[in-house]
Design a protein around this ligand. Structure first.
Ligand SMILES: Cc1cc2nc3c(=O)[nH]c(=O)nc-3n(C[C@H](O)[C@H](O)[C@H](O)COP(=O)(O)O)c2cc1C
Length: 361
């Protein structure tokens, strides 16, 4: 069953030469927005644009292969933005060029990350306190690449200064083609509610597309953000973790379509397993999970353990809210192979509804 449309369609917009089919953007999220997550979100929800998690320009400069892998793109994900962070214009420009060579459609610069390990290097949200360096970084990156450049900011460092409007004007003059505002100050972390009035205030500062971000969970939220702030697009993060169906509802709500029904428990469990297998394939650099049947057991076990560790936070969220899910969280956290994840989820599903048991092999 699907619910009636919420209103007329809200069109996508263009970031320079890149046209977005929907005004919904999937947020960059460290340790979440890996390629398998992005591909699943794209398949189920078709957001207008997906982002990689932030990529350290300095790590790329020093040739860290693990970091380079974060920039690997699959054709299914396009259009895609690679997000980079750093505090030095030359290093940022160099990494931007590599991101362009890796196939990014958009190059996004992070100026919103508030965590100390990032800010103490003069990167992320620390740049909100240093507008001259921020501007130099943007100028260097825009000069370095042919693809459109965008920036994601918070409102400012703390409540003493709403820094975003001045920065936005400088960045627009430097040639960026989209700006995203996470409507909180850096010092807040994730505390309090996002204050969408900040997005509305920023709207009149720039003519380039403005994307609002913060606390959008439903199609109603997304429409309200656009209506009340005048932003061109909506970026969604946490509501989409292990829940691409929430993203699909938001996209449909913005497109003026009927809202799709939520997933069944079987669908959620099936997607959790598929996510696991895709993460293993990504780590192993193979196209299909079955290709690993011929692998040496030790090599396969090592890759599966690594992949499942990366999904430790996300797997339990696929069944969040179901009775008994809290207990299964610890069982899933202890799993070290796809087979163990499959059997844990199968037992859980059997306990919920024996008629819907998933095959264990
Ligand atoms: C686990 C996690 C990791 C994040 N990593 C990044 C990141 O790499 N780059 C970035 O710009 N923002 C990052 N963010 C912030 C989100 O992109 C987004 O701005 C924030 O979650 C607010 O949106 P939401 O209320 O829709 O979640 C992260 C957020 C979360 C929850």
């Amino acid at each position: 069953m699907s619910l009636a449309p919420l209103g007329p369609p809200v069109p996508g917009f263009s970031i320079g030469s890149v046209a977005l089919s929907s005004p919904l953007l999937l947020a960059p999220m460290e340790d979440v927005s890996a390629q398998p997550f992005r591909r699943l979100a794209k398949r189920i929800a078709q957001p207008g644009l997906v982002f990689t998690e932030f990529v350290s320009a300095m790590a790329i400069h020093y040739g860290a292969l693990k970091t380079l892998k974060k920039m690997q793109i699959h054709p299914e994900e396009r259009p895609l933005a690679i997000q980079i962070f750093g505090g030095e214009p030359d290093v940022m420009a160099e990494t931007a060029r590599i991101a362009e060579e890796m196939g990014a459609d958009i190059l996004d610069i992070n100026m919103g990350c508030w965590v100390p390990k990032v800010c103490k290097t003069g990167s992320g949200a620390a740049l909100l306190k240093d507008p001259d360096t921020a501007e130099k970084i943007v100028q260097a990156v825009v000069r370095a690449v042919k693809i459109p450049v965008s920036v994601k900011v918070r409102a400012g460092w703390d409540y003493s200064l709403f820094a975003a409007p001045d920065l936005a004007r400088r960045f627009q003059d430097a040639g960026i083609q989209m700006l995203t505002l996470h409507a909180r100050f850096a010092k807040q972390g994730f505390e309090g509610e996002a204050d969408w009035r900040l997005i509305e205030s920023l709207r009149s500062a720039v003519q380039i597309p403005l994307v609002g971000n913060g606390d959008v969970k439903t199609p109603e939220d997304a429409r309200r953000m656009i209506e009340t702030t005048g932003c061109d697009g909506v970026m969604v993060g946490r509501a989409a973790i292990s829940n691409p169906w929430a993203l699909a509802r938001i996209r449909a709500g913005l497109a003026g379509e009927s809202l799709p029904a939520g997933p069944t428990l079987s669908e959620r469990i099936a997607l959790a397993l598929e996510h696991c297998q895709m993460q293993v394939c990504f780590e192993a650099e193979v196209d299909a999970y079955e290709e690993m049947d011929g692998w040496k057991p030790e090599a396969r076990a090592e890759i599966e353990l690594r992949a499942i560790r990366q999904l430790r936070g996300q797997l339990p969220m696929y069944i969040k809210g179901e009775p008994g899910a809290a207990h299964v969280r610890s069982l899933l956290t202890a799993c070290s192979s796809v087979a163990e994840v499959r059997s844990t989820l199968a037992q859980f599903q059997f306990a919920q509804d024996p008629r819907e048991a998933v095959p264990t092999a």
